[in-house]
Design a protein around this ligand. Sequence first.
Ligand code: SAM
Length: 287
Amino acid sequence: MNINSSFSHKKQEPENSVLYIVGTPIGNLNDISLRALNILENVSLIACEDTRQTKKILSKFQIKNTLFSFNEYNSSKRIPKIFYDLKAGKSIALVSDAGLPSICDPGEDLIKKARLNGFKIICIPGPCAALTALVSSGMPSSKFIFFGFLPKKKKDRQILLEEISKSEKTCILYESPHRLKKLLKELKDYCGCEREIQIFRELTKKFEEHIGTNIEMILKFFEDKEVIGEITIVINGIKRENSPEFDKFELKKELNDLINAGLSLSAASKYLAKKKGVQKSIIYNLY
Ligand code: SAM
């Protein structure tokens, strides 16, 4: 396959001694770009998160090249070798199993060190689940926060759930299917039942599904279903006009009354959150 002729406006690619960060499909293999195929076919070497996954794309497009594995476990050993090859004039493509390398995938460390060492880096942009979900959601997309996978450690997780509950910007999260229900329950506790949310399952694939519209409805939707497939979550930011600023004192008084009547802080906050349509964490923090 010779695709270079389509790029007459551009310098002949790949160039020697360049590290190419190549976006690959998040499901539908036809989403690969012509430029990405040209790079994958013509670079000296391809650093792959998993060579078996990359082979699937290459064989679909009848590309043969030299692959080696590059992942979080071997990156410290591989990076010096990559730099050695770049110095020797080789061009190297970095790919992950799906989407953009370094977005919750290996690459960040390599790219940072390559920059520090003065190597030329070129990104061949491609699909990314986070952005595909964001633009499909119809939620505000000019200001957003990407959280990736929430940390497993309880304290770190709580800090981010708290941040999501108060965020005025659209929030994007990744989650594995078997942990989705747990995360949805946590989101319900922190953000309340009514917060607008959409689940994007299997983006770009045959059984792509968009499930909305608020946390309560989504929990119901998955109640007696096994969650399968790849999942990206988009949560709308809170609106300033819904902020409880104006009735803060009234809310605080009600909260105190409930606690004095014997309710725990958590139960009282939960009750008032539901009654007033305000996030539980905001009420909790009034105490
Ligand atoms: N580098 C990738 C990117 O650019 O989107 C993300 C890699 S991360 C290890 C994998 C996670 O991305 C999945 O667990 C899921 O949360 C999300 N994801 C990847 N492909 C997806 C798809 N087709 N539909 C929905 N979410 C997807």
